[in-house]
Design a protein. Structure first.
Length: 380
């Protein structure tokens, strides 16, 4: 799921950071380093941080939404590279997350009331000496290596399936293109936080029609979804398909060069569940094809893959947490499996209110312990 925003809890490349000052943020923020989590008070019109400076390393943010709209909080590096995020914060709710900021320099923070637009932004300074992200534990080092390989393999699969999909669209083979569409997108959905992290590539590949309201052209998978299911193929459908393949080729080359740290795996596993909660479980993502449950399943698989990479570390540090995650993950998987049809799933429109409610409750139950994984990883 995407509008023009890029969402990436997994990815943060070490770069030298120099950002231009940008208006926004709360008044009277304290620049002192302080101790403990940096508190963030988000409303519909403001984004106030208790501190706007921290030493290089792991930084903890505690975000409270005191507004009337669902909110999100992001930490950006140069070029709007997302270093960390927390999504789907309902009115009156609080969320805590950790982010590895190992390079000194100027970053930006942003609250996004209503989960749209560029957000309410302000500069955030990281001080001290540059250093590699913390991963001394051999299990954590192995986890990052394992997951980077997973990302590379899924990226290759995404390119292969997109190449096939584009060929079908250009040949006017509508039925075959429709059949391939949900599975062609699955690898994107499995590694979505990484895949969506490269600036405008995200909305160009996966932007929904809403991007037009933000001044962008409607292209990519969802434009072709509309052509296939709603309007019939258009004169420019072949051109849109060629641009999609070019964009995916560029994305895959970049995704395979990422250097991850353990916190990004932990945050990413939760971010994928947030993707389900904010787009797939609502039926908003695949609004023309109604193939949202394929996306739901792929996001869920990606979350489990990140957790599986971290499993040896988590078993050593908190075996009870692993037991809880396993039990609730099994429950969600069994519920999702009940909506299988053939080699895929039923259409979202066939779900009743009771079905959606059960899926939402099972998703929330699984997401609750997953949200604590980053805290365990941050303690090392």
């Amino acid at each position: 799921m995407s509008t023009s925003r890029a969402r990436a809890a997994f990815l943060a490349l070490p770069v030298t950071l120099v950002l231009a000052a940008c208006a926004g943020g709360g008044d009277g923020a304290d620049k002192g380093s302080g101790d403990g989590p940096i508190t963030v008070t988000a409303t519909d019109t403001a984004c106030e941080l208790s501190r706007t400076e921290a030493p290089a390393g792991t930084v903890e943010f505690a975000v409270t939404n005191k507004g009337s709209k669902i909110n999100e909080f992001y930490v950006y590096a140069e070029g709007d590279r997302i270093m960390g995020e927390v999504e789907n914060i309902g009115p009156g709710l609080s969320r805590t997350f950790h982010v590895e900021l190992s390079e000194p320099g100027t970053y930006q923070t942003a609250c996004k009331p209503g989960m749209v637009g560029d957000g309410i932004r302000a500069d955030f300074t990281v001080t001290g000496s540059a250093g590699a992200a913390k991963s001394d534990d051999e299990n954590l080092a192995a986890a990052t290596a394992t997951y980077q390989q997973y990302v590379a393999e899924e990226a290759d699969e995404f390119l292969a399936r997109t190449t096939e999909f584009v060929a079908l669209v250009k040949a006017g083979k509508v039925a075959a293109a429709k059949a391939l569409y949900p599975t062609a997108r699955s690898s994107w959905e499995r590694i979505e936080p990484v895949a969506e992290s490269f600036g405008d590539l995200d909305p160009r590949i996966d932007g929904r029609e809403d991007v037009v309201e933000e001044g962008m052209e409607f292209t990519g998978y969802h434009r072709l979804e509309k052509d296939l299911w709603r309007t019939a193929l258009q004169k420019d459908s072949g051109e849109i398909a060629d641009r999609l393949l070019a964009d995916v080729t560029e994305l895959v080359a970049k995704a395979k060069t990422v250097q991850l740290n353990p916190l990004q795996l932990a945050n990413g596993s939760k971010a994928l569940l947030d993707e389900i909660a904010t787009g797939k479980i609502t039926g908003e993502e695949e609004r023309y094809s109604h193939t949202d449950l394929w996306d739901f399943d792929a996001n869920f698989e990606g979350s489990k893959a990140a957790l599986q990479a971290l499993r040896p570390f988590l078993l050593a540090k908190d075996p009870e947490l692993v037991e809880t995650i396993d039990a609730r993950g099994t429950a969600l998987e069994q519920l999702l499996d009940s909506h299988h049809s053939g080699e895929g799933f039923v259409l979202y429109t066939s779900l009743g209110d009771a079905d959606v409610k059960k899926l939402t409750e099972a998703l929330d139950a699984f997401a609750e312990p997953v949200a604590t994984v980053a805290g365990v990883v941050a303690k090392g």
